[in-house]
Ligand binder design. Sequence first.
Ligand code: NAP
Length: 305
Amino acid sequence: LGRQGLHHGTDRGDPGLEVGLRGTHRERRLRFVEAFGANERIAIIDGAMVAADVRKSVAAATSALKAKHGAVPELAVLLVGEDPASQVYVRSKVKQTEEAGMRSHHLTLPADASQEEVVAKVRALSADKNVDGILVQLPLPKHIDEQVVLAALDPDKDVDGLTEASAGRLLLGKPGLRPCTPVGSVILAKRARAELAGAHCVVVGRSILVGKPAALLFLAENCTVTLAHSRTKDLPGLCRSADILVAAIGRPEMIKGDWVKPGGIVIDVGINRVPAATAGKTKLVGDVAYAEAAEVAGAITPVPG
Ligand code: NAP
């Protein structure tokens, strides 16, 4: 078992790889050790373990802030409507906030709240001196323009990094709040390769939420970055040149094993629900064909994982 959220294995085609992806996090870790033994050839980047480390360091920083300045940060989470998936996300955010030692302020508005009401709530939270961070849970109901709501957010409280000011600060290389999924991609890549400078990073996908900010964040790490998308020519060849390949496409298992550079790092951001082998069941897969990519990569993130 490797340190810092990496599991090392020996046999890329070993059925243990399959076995290792089932069960709880702890069970998976143990099974990987059994399946792969001590020789190290591939590394499975363990997102759950890395996330636990990040939470621990956030909790330590929060506690240090309290000890030094008597300040406890407060995060406001605004949910409009009753979308079940959004409710699950919000509950998890509230729980994680409290576990990190911060105060959580959970607000809900009904699904038929007007755009003006939502904007007024975001303005009030932006002006509230007790609130340090604001999360507006997306998507908002269809009759509300998300951009108008985000424009009402104080960029200094924009913990999702979604405002134009936050995007501008990222582009300009100024301090600011960054979107979490792209930041997570950089953190995961660093677990596999401490020094990213000089690496060729190919990001597939140019969305505002993931691909574009990921490209800028890897650039800030002094990678040489190529941003690919649906009109990119010879995508397999381009991906094969990547020391770090970030897949943020939203197409199940599109990136095949022979698109991966031998020994390269693969960060699979994709989350796609597809039919499972058992009729009527579904499963989650990434944008990368995991089993075949793991045969070639030096380090890879499983999905889910
Ligand atoms: P999105 O807004 O749909 O963007 C997809 C991007 O992929 C677009 O830039 C598109 O190119 C590109 N693309 C589509 N088909 C392609 C193809 N055949 N070849 C090359 N590029 C192609 O998706 P997103 O919001 O960025 O999300 C991407 C994936 O990440 C999804 O699976 C999503 O569920 C997942 N996700 C995960 C997290 C997480 O925390 N793990 C967070 C957010 C999203 P064009 O611009 O040319 O159309």
